[in-house]
Design a binder for this molecule. Structure first.
Ligand code: C5P
Length: 233
């Protein structure tokens, strides 16, 4: 597999073409941003951890029947993935109140939600990824009805699988963000699952083991990422 020209550089990842037109290489960077790019920094080693953790979780989800874009790990920072057309949606699943939900609804962080909450944001940097609902998605044709049903079905299934997986490792899955894409006409899970995209709290102490340590200047960011990966492996 030959790595060809870079197609796209995002905040935390680069995507390269390969000599196989159906395969791409994702390279995970150490760059960290928050608040729609207003806060910038580096989390040393993050790219390696996010690559390993995403690979591990994609494999787990595939085994449990969720189709993903993951093909194989190529190096510390690189994975081979299937070509997808990304749906312009951030799919957020919440089990415990935190972050923007706590702020918006005035609910104390850490409050357990009676049922999981699914939210959608429109992936659009210029607009700051505004929250939308299913009616917006249909009205501005961000996904078809059929695609949207699959996204919802997978999001709830993924939540159940990941809650159990993290629980066995003494970690509470507070919330997380997913992105889906279309590959050969089918909805599949894409992007990454990492401490950048999940809130993960130690089950005994509620210590934050995720990107909130960077967003909120809590310190020991690298240590927290390493801690999560070591519990998963
Ligand atoms: O900020 P908020 O509380 O809405 O974030 C909910 C979840 O989605 C968090 O786990 C956060 O890490 C993730 N998220 C993300 N990328 C974004 C927005 C949120 O990974 N652009």
């Amino acid at each position: 597999m030959k790595k060809l020209e870079m197609l796209y550089e995002g905040k935390a990842k680069k995507v390269y073409k390969t000599d196989d037109e159906k395969r791409y290489i994702i390279e995970y960077k150490d760059d960290a941003t928050a608040f729609n790019g207003e806060k910038k920094g580096t989390i040393v080693g993050k790219g390696i951890i996010n690559n390993k953790m995403s690979a591990l979780l994609f494999k787990l989800l595939e085994e449990k029947g969720i189709p993903t874009h993951f093909v194989e790990i190529l190096s510390d920072r690189e994975m081979l993935v299937k070509d997808v057309k990304i749906l312009p949606l951030e799919v957020i699943m919440r089990n415990v109140a935190a972050g923007s939900l706590s702020k918006r609804l005035g609910i104390e962080e850490g409050t357990i939600l009676k049922t999981p909450v699914l939210e959608f944001c429109y992936k659009n940097d210029d607009l700051g990824d505004p929250m939308i609902n299913e009616y917006h998605i249909r009205a501005i044709e961000l996904a078809t009805d059929e695609q949207l049903e699959k996204v919802k079905e997978y999001a709830f299934k993924i939540n159940e699988i990941l809650i159990d997986f993290f629980k066995e490792r003494n970690i509470k899955l507070i919330d997380f963000k997913l992105e889906f894409g279309i590959h050969d006409g089918e909805v599949i899970l894409a992007d990454e699952i990492s401490p950048d995209t999940c809130r993960l709290w130690d089950a005994d102490t509620n210590r934050k083991l995720d990107k909130d340590r960077f967003r909120r200047d809590l310190g020991d960011v690298e240590k927290a990422y390493e801690e999560v990966l070591s519990r998963l492996q």
